[in-house]
Write a protein that binds this ligand. Structure first.
Ligand code: FAD
Ligand code: FES
Length: 292
């Protein structure tokens, strides 16, 4: 039997397709049949680009079980995502682990409002598709800094009964336009009830949305992205306080009830610690969440 030496390469994952969806936004399809076989909406992978790479999580935005491929969409914000942007068909990833995390909760709820920004425009697609299969009526609020950075529009239009665009304003005002759209829907709640809100957008917007729906007791699920390292509940990097208990986003999430999440300030501060100043110039409303 051959023994592995430290540094030996044992398995590589081929990139089969690279699409640029918008400036600095890319979709990669990776040959990973075992993950494709098991993936469920809302789960994620952790990859390492090469032997000098870091472990970096990405939400699974699609899969093809027959072809054995898994897709994810990423925004260039730092070293790993900039490196990924240079890769193309035939290039290999050193590690690609998943599916990780709990799948999103899917059922027939009635009228579901989704709040999407950044990579959430694509990563939410499997969840929207599953909600549609359960005959939900879906209103999607899409937030982007400009028209150019609205992507996946055809699919989002197909899967949403109504689309509301919060586009074109920067900084804090952008959050305002998305929250204004939500406020309008909530203001109409007696006439057209909102049965559930699901948010995959900036941490700030998820926090604000959770506070807006709390008085109306509308269940609000948020997809949280604290810094992760191992992705298996061992290192503690992704711990959060939820309903008075320590929770690990990688194994108990990443989807949580926004009304039960505590310590949003800590979550935001820790996520921003490693942010690169340059991402502010890309129109991010705050630093670090890859969600504009
Ligand atoms: C469960 C989960 C799902 C995610 N899904 C997506 C996705 O589908 N598409 C996408 O573009 N981004 C996604 N992210 C965020 C993505 O992991 C970071 O943008 C990426 O790690 C940035 O790495 P970098 O080296 O390019 O940038 P860096 O310069 O290292 O960091 C840029 C920002 O990313 C954050 N970050 C860095 N390393 C990690 C890490 N290991 N875990 C979490 N955040 C980190 C930092 O806090 C910093 O704010 C997800 C994060 C989590 C936790
Ligand atoms: S990433 Fe280590 S416990 Fe979640």
């Amino acid at each position: 039997m051959e023994h592995l030496q430290c540094g030996d390469k044992v398995a590589m994952f081929s990139i089969v397709k690279h699409q640029e969806l918008a400036p600095k936004v890319h979709r990669l399809s990776v040959q990973a049949p075992v993950i494709a076989e098991k993936a469920k909406p809302g789960q994620f992978v952790i990859l390492i680009t090469d032997d000098k790479g870091e472990r970096v999580p990405f939400t699974i935005s699609g899969w093809d079980r027959e072809a054995g491929t898994v897709d994810f969409v990423f925004i260039e914000v730092g070293a790993t995502t900039r490196k990924l942007a240079t890769l193309g068909p035939g290039d290999q990833l050193a590690h690609f682990v998943g599916p990780l995390g709990l799948p999103a909760k899917i059922d027939h709820y009635g009228h579901v409002v989704t709040l999407l920004s950044g990579y959430g425009l694509a990563a939410m697609v499997p969840i929207l598709r599953a909600l549609k299969e359960q005959d939900n009526r879906i209103t999607s609020i899409l937030q982007a800094p400009d028209q150019e950075r609205l992507f996946e529009m055809e699919t989002l239009t197909e899967l949403s009964d109504e689309l509301v665009l919060a586009v074109g304003t920067r900084g804090e005002h952008m959050t305002e336009s998305a929250t204004m759209a939500l406020r309008q829907l909530l203001g109409n709640h007696r006439r057209v009830p909102v049965d559930r809100v699901i948010a995959m957008c900036s941490i700030c917007l998820m926090r604000v949305a959770s506070e807006m729906t709390r008085p109306l007791a509308i269940k609000t699920l948020v997809h949280l992205t604290p810094v992760m390292v191992d992705g298996t509940g061992m290192c503690g990097a992704c711990r959060l306080s939820v309903k008075g208990a320590n929770r690990f986003a990688c194994v108990h999430g990443p989807e949580f009830d926004g009304h039960e999440v505590e310590g949003w300030d800590v979550l935001m501060a820790r996520r921003c610690t490693y942010a690169d100043e340059s991402i502010l110039q890309q129109g991010f409303q705050c630093r670090g969440c890859s969600q504009w």
